[in-house]
Design a protein around this ligand. Structure first.
Ligand code: GDP
Length: 439
């Protein structure tokens, strides 16, 4: 028989109210033991004097809320004790509860784990509840709430639905196609047409998940270009504080220097790279290697040039914007688009540059506040599903349904893992429901 568990649901310390939750088959008995009466009617508050059942000592006058299985957070009988939020009151209550037979303190997350096992919500919703508790910004809280309310689970359910249809068609072809003779001839095309939009939606979600990652970790902007064009000067100027040492000697910024800023409310990390040029020594060579790697991986790259270097402005790295610096010294020559002219010395063009950066950052974190497949396990499963669907589509083109069916099953399992309900049996259920085989 299941244990009955209890734990404070509110943060410890002095407060007007604290809540202790008791969940499991013994919750009703616990109520009787403490209050001397059965629980109040479900979902109706009852004010009771609670006593320690061993000594009869009064513990608190508390508000009791009673939820009967399965209509409770955990799906079990659940008692909520709203007590006065003092440390002594709480410890007296917990002490009395632990003395009751069949009751024990809950382990971390155990209420939610029970809720999951009792089908109250799927894994993504459970993760959403955890994220909601952890959320620091309102955008994060909005996204987490949407996830807790089942946004990701609904997306997964939609994909599963479509893929199960496709799988049912394919499985029927494999198992019964020869005898039945009523499997549509354009089966491969129909199945592919079911899979293509699902795969596209999954890939889109993976892209959106990357946006979510950027919202958390910041949009990275690498400032690149030859030595002495003013990279450090620009980073300093944007950060409005002296972080990098600005010096007229080439090759002094040996490593990747990071500066975090907020642009229009979005987190942006500027990377000041070492002068990308031939290495003077081993340490500098390492600095350049790291700078290149970081710059390659950055979301955006600002390629700086100045009057001296503008003519040879072309580096191997993919620039996102050419920035002509030192426009106070000479007007800009024609540069590959898009480009902007600035002067770190006079400040000319800096507002335009910030505007450009903010607009790009906004594009990159589009969808902030929406539920996203933001955990690595989600992304791994989605990638697996997208890969499986890709292979299945290739296989369908080649004409043999057996391998695509297997890849489709893999994709379904991957999606099922996200929500925590993996069930290949469902595919068979579909076949029987739709084709009435085995009558
Ligand atoms: P980095 O090697 O690319 O990081 O370049 P620095 O930021 O160290 O700048 C190299 C030199 O150019 C320094 O002496 C700066 O004062 C100078 N410099 C930077 N920006 C400008 C500018 O807009 N106009 C002028 N005239 N000099 C600048």
């Amino acid at each position: 028989m299941t244990d009955t568990i209890f734990a404070p649901a509110t943060a410890p310390g002095r407060a007007a109210i604290g809540i202790v939750r008791v969940s499991g088959p013994g919750a009703g008995r616990a109520c009787e033991a403490l209050s001397g009466a059965p629980p109040p009617p479900p979902r109706r508050a009852g004010l009771r004097l609670l006593r320690d059942p061993r000594s009869g000592e009064p513990l608190d006058r508390a508000l009791l809320l009673w939820f009967t299985a399965p209509a409770s957070y955990t799906g079990e009988d659940l008692l909520e004790i709203h007590h006065h939020g003092g440390i002594a009151v709480l410890s007296g209550l917990l002490d009395a509860l632990s003395a009751l037979p069949g009751l024990r303190p809950a382990e971390p997350g155990e209420f939610s784990r029970r809720a999951f096992w009792n089908g109250r919500f799927d894994l993504t919703a459970a993760e959403g509840i955890a994220d909601l508790i952890e959320a620091r910004t309102r955008a994060q809280a909005r996204a987490a709430l949407s996830q807790a309310e089942g946004a990701l689970a609904r997306a997964c359910a939609g994909w599963r639905e479509a893929l199960l249809e496709a799988a049912a068609l394919l499985e029927a072809e494999i198992d019964f196609g020869a005898e039945e003779g009523d499997v549509p001839e354009d089966l491969a095309g129909r199945v592919a047409a079911m899979m293509v939009p699902v795969r596209a939606a999954i890939l889109e979600e993976l892209e959106r998940a990357a946006c979510g990652e950027r919202l958390r970790a910041g949009v990275t902007v690498a400032v690149i270009g030859p030595p002495n064009v003013g990279k450090s000067s620009l980073v300093n100027l944007l950060a409005r504080r002296e972080v990098a040492i600005v010096t007229p000697l080439a090759g002094t910024t040996r490593d990747v220097l990071e500066v975090d800023l907020e642009l229009g409310g979005l987190p942006v990390t500027l990377l000041d790279t070492a002068g990308l040029r031939e290495a003077g020594d081993v340490i500098e060579a390492e600095g350049i290697r790291r700078a290149r790697a970081r710059a390659e991986a950055a979301d955006l790259r600002l390629h700086l040039v100045d009057p001296e270097t503008a003519a040879a402005a072309h580096e191997a790295l993919r620039p996102c914007l050419f920035v002509y610096n030192k426009s106070d010294l000479a007007p800009p020559p024609p540069l590959p688009e898009p480009s902007l002219a600035i002067s770190c010395r006079s400040g000319a063009g800096i507002e335009a540059l910030l505007g450009w950066l903010e607009a790009r950052a906004r594009e990159l974190v589009a969808g902030a506040g929406e539920a996203l497949f933001n955990r690595s396990r989600h992304r791994a499963a989605l990638r697996e599903a997208a890969d499986g669907l890709g292979r299945a589509l290739d296989g369908l083109e080649r004409g043999d349904p057996a391998l695509p069916a297997e890849d489709l099953r893999l994709a379904l399992r991957a999606i099922g893992r996200i929500t925590g309900e993996v069930g290949v049996e469902e595919v068979l259920d579909r076949i029987f429901a739709r084709f009435c085989i085995g009558k």
